[in-house]
Design a protein around this ligand. Structure first.
Ligand code: PSU
Ligand code: MN
Length: 319
């Protein structure tokens, strides 16, 4: 079903459209992780497990993609299979979105472009295990993910397990602070690092109560902020990988990338694959586990947020 936004067609699945109409909690999901994060058929299996985890948390999943000039808001099982198995679907971040939409082809959305779609579609929650951030060496390369810039522009709550250690997580936190993007760790003191429960950086805020998180996000927007509200949840203890092991693998991979002249758009994928190889595939397994646990937490928090909003609406407090 296609609903026309001024200039931007949004194609909802019936389920997502109905959920948004009824005020049922919905969690948006990116598709770049399907097309570029994992090999087929692991990517299809993981995408399905991630959707199931959102449901287990109590919300309806809406995987975002680009197809034939429209933003897909939600995917059927066949859609997921097609995105997972079609080679060459381009990674589409925020700045690529207009060209790909206007061209009418298929595209896989990153965190940044998924947030644009989520906000247009009226979905206040988004889940991704790993956000983009400030790359190591950005002082020289200027490589900062558009995800961070989009956080300063999209009023969406984003659930993640931090970001991968291929990035400079200290500088990523500095960037978020400068741009007034709240970072709250749910049930943990530390800012996590994707496969690792802690990045070694303390989180700016810790909240243990989903109701408090919902209230804080709404308050952030009621204050007039147009930025995202970031919520982190760490990988489960049993799925976590040792910090030093990952750190070593990444230092080696960053060096190899420099020697091979790899930079820019392809760098994230190159480093992630190098780490997978160095950890003997254990990081790929952890990758799938962390995507699922984030999605389940996002479902839970989106459900708490939907209850908060409906209560606030009854009291006439929501603008
Ligand atoms: N997992 C991570 N970091 C990432 C990604 C996944 O830990 O960066 C993927 C996501 O799709 C994210 C994108 O939106 O890469 C960011 O790419 P770039 O750094 O080129 O903006
Ligand atoms: Mn980049």
């Amino acid at each position: 079903m296609t609903i026309s936004h001024p200039g931007i067609p949004l194609r909802y699945t019936d389920e997502v459209r109905q959920a948004l109409h009824d005020g049922t909690p919905v969690v948006a999901l990116e598709s770049n992780v399907i097309t570029h994060g994992l090999p087929y058929p692991d990517n299809a299996a993981t995408a399905r497990k991630v959707e199931a985890a959102v449901r287990a948390g109590g919300a309806v999943p809406a995987t975002i993609g680009i197809d034939r000039g429209a933003l897909r808001i939600g995917m059927t099982d066949e859609d997921i299979e097609r995105y997972a198995s079609t080679p060459g679907i381009p990674k589409v971040s925020s700045r690529d979105l207009p060209v790909v939409l206007a061209g009418g082809g298929m595209g896989a959305t990153t965190v940044a472009s998924s947030l644009i779609a989520a906000e247009l579609a009226g979905i206040p929650f988004f889940s991704s295990a790993g956000i983009g951030g400030v790359h190591r060496g950005a002082q020289d390369t200027f490589d900062i993910s558009s995800d961070l810039i989009q956080f300063t522009r999209s009023k969406v709550a984003v659930v993640c397990a931090g970001a991968k250690m291929i990035l400079d997580l200290g500088l990523t936190l500095e960037y978020l602070e400068t741009h007034c993007v709240p970072v709250v760790s749910y049930g943990s003191d530390d800012f996590p690092a994707f496969y690792c429960r802690s990045s070694g950086h303390r989180s700016p805020q810790r909240l243990d109560d989903p109701e408090h998180i919902a209230a804080a996000a709404e308050t952030h927007w009621a204050l007039g902020n147009r930025s995202s509200f970031l919520i982190t949840t760490p990988v489960r203890e049993e799925d976590a990988i040792d910090f030093d092991e990952v750190d070593r693998a990444i230092r080696d991979a960053v060096g190899a990338a420099q020697r091979e002249g790899i930079s820019g758009q392809g760098l994230t994928k190159y480093l992630m694959h190098a780490v997978d190889a160095a950890t003997g595939g254990r990081s790929a397994t952890a990758n799938m586990a962390v995507l699922e646990s984030c999605a389940q937490v996002a479902g839970t928090l989106a459900a708490a947020h939907a209850r908060y909003r409906s209560r606030a609406a009854q009291q006439g407090a929501v603008r």
